[in-house]
Ligand binder design. Structure first.
Ligand code: ZN
Length: 271
């Protein structure tokens, strides 16, 4: 791929890295990422992916910008209050980097649209704020064969991991680590329990970095490891996570072979 002069200047700090170089930058420009949620995690994630020159970025969100979002959702501003989050974020990304094609999906991710949405992108990054979406994305990414970089945060704590169980052992899926969604109401949301705004910046930026590593194929993937960040203690901890042979999705005898509402494939059919 030939870069024009402004691209050589824009991406010079990437190109100078031997792990990235011109080849890696070309790979980013040819790559595509679907970001689910244009909120606290999605904001830094989207900003850094666009700045890095990821060629095509999809944003899924059905919400509008609220004043209470601006404490952490730094992709939006006062002028965006009341606008669709996807439109507000897309305008900001286009203003940062005209190399990037931004595709907006103003919809709620659900069993009926998740398959088509994720199939159109190389990598999926989950910045959603609820367990139903996290489990649905995990199942769909496994069934469709997409790498999922998943993160979550609450109060002063964040966690992040990468899931690519579709590639087989030794890669676990989200369900291998968290078998079932907690009962509704057990784990509070950020609106109920609060979150320090800058935590979103830390965790969302880590997520952007892991997405870029997956696109570039450099460094040690977070697949098989869960990184935990305790902001009050100022400490990171990484724990090993293994595939669960009894996982209902990626285990030896799966019981989840289709998404809700889909017909299960006949026994023995490739998924
Ligand atoms: Zn699994």
């Amino acid at each position: 791929m030939d870069f024009n002069d402004s691209q050589i200047e824009r991406y010079s700090r990437h190109i100078i890295l031997k792990e990235v170089g011109g080849e890696g930058q070309a790979r980013l420009l040819a790559g595509s990422v679907l970001v689910v949620g244009a909120g606290g995690l999605g904001a830094p994630l989207l900003l850094y992916l666009a700045a890095a020159g990821v060629g095509r970025i999809g944003i899924v969100d059905d919400d509008t910008v609220d004043l209470s979002n601006l404490q952490r959702q730094v992709v939006h501003d006062m002028a965006s209050v009341g606008q669709a989050k996807v439109d507000s974020a897309a305008a900001r990304l286009r203003a940062i980097n005209p190399d990037v094609v931004v595709e907006v999906h103003r919809t709620r991710l659900g069993p009926g649209n998740v398959r088509d949405l994720i199939a159109a992108y190389d990598i999926v990054a989950d910045g959603s704020d609820n367990f139903a979406t996290r489990f649905l994305l995990n199942d769909a990414c496994y069934l469709v064969g997409r790498t999922l970089v998943s993160a979550a945060m609450l109060r002063f704590d964040g966690q992040i991991s990468t899931f690519k169980a579709h590639l087989g052992a030794p890669h676990p899926c989200y369900r291998c680590v968290f078998p079932e969604p907690p009962p509704p109401g057990l784990v509070p949301s950020c609106s109920e329990a609060g979150v320090l705004g800058a935590l979103a910046g830390t965790v969302g930026s880590l997520q952007a970095l892991e997405v870029l590593k997956e696109l570039l194929g450099i460094g040690d993937s977070l697949s098989g490891r869960l990184m935990l960040y305790d902001a009050l203690a100022a400490s990171f901890r990484t724990v090993r996570v293994k595939p669960d042979p009894d996982c209902p999705l990626c285990g030896a005898h799966p019981t989840i072979t289709a998404l809700p509402g889909e017909a299960a494939p006949p026994a023995g059919a490739p998924t």
